[in-house]
Design a protein around this ligand. Sequence first.
Ligand SMILES: [Zn+2]
Length: 217
Amino acid sequence: MGSNEACRGLQSAGRYMLDNDLAWGNAGNISARLSPDRYLITASGTRLGELKEDDFVECSFDGSQSGDRKPSKETPMHRAIYEQRPEMGAVLHASPFYTTLVACADIRLPADLFVEDMYYLEKVEHVDYFHPGTSQLGEAVGAKASQATILFLDNHGVLVYDTSIQEALMGLHTLELVCRMVISARSAGLDLRSLPASKVMDFLENSGYRPRRGWPK
Ligand SMILES: [Zn+2]
C-alpha cells in the first residue's frame, strides 16, 4: 500500500472508531503496512477521530523513521505483529468500553453465536499486563501474534490485526459487539444459544464467507 492510501485509510478508520464507540479521548493507536518491512503509524499524542496528514510516522524494521514527529509510544507491539505475521496489513489498538471491561475480568468469549462472531473471534488470546510502550509488552505480543487475530492486553485494551484496515475494523467492531452482548446477557439473566461446534467448523471451512484463515499447528 502507498503511504497516501495508507494515510487516508487510517484517517477514515480513526473516524469510524470514534463514531462507533470503538475509541475515546486520545487513547489508541493504529497502523498499516506499506511494504514487507515498513509501516505507517499514528504519531504520539494524536487523536484518532481527527487525524491530519502529518499525524503519521513511517517506520522501518531497521529502526529508521521519516519526518520529525515521534511515533506512538506503543509502536513496539505494532512492529511485533508486522514482524511475526507477514500477511497482516493493519493493526488497531484501542480500549473500547465493553472490550476493556472483558480485558479487566475473567470472561471467556464465545465464538459460536453469529456469523461475524464465528469468523472474527475464531482465535482470541490474552497477553499479560505490561506497561504501555515497553519492550516487554512488545515481546509478549510477538510471542502470541501467530496464534490469533485478536489479542486482549489484560487490564489495558485490545490489539486487532488483519489483512487490511477494513478487515481489522470489522474484527474490532465485532469484538466490541460480542463483549457487549455477553455482558448484557449476564445483566439480563439471558442464556445465549450457541451453534453446535460442527456447524461452526462447517461455516469456517465451507460457507465461502471469507477465505479460511491458516493457523499454526
Ligand atoms: Zn494502550
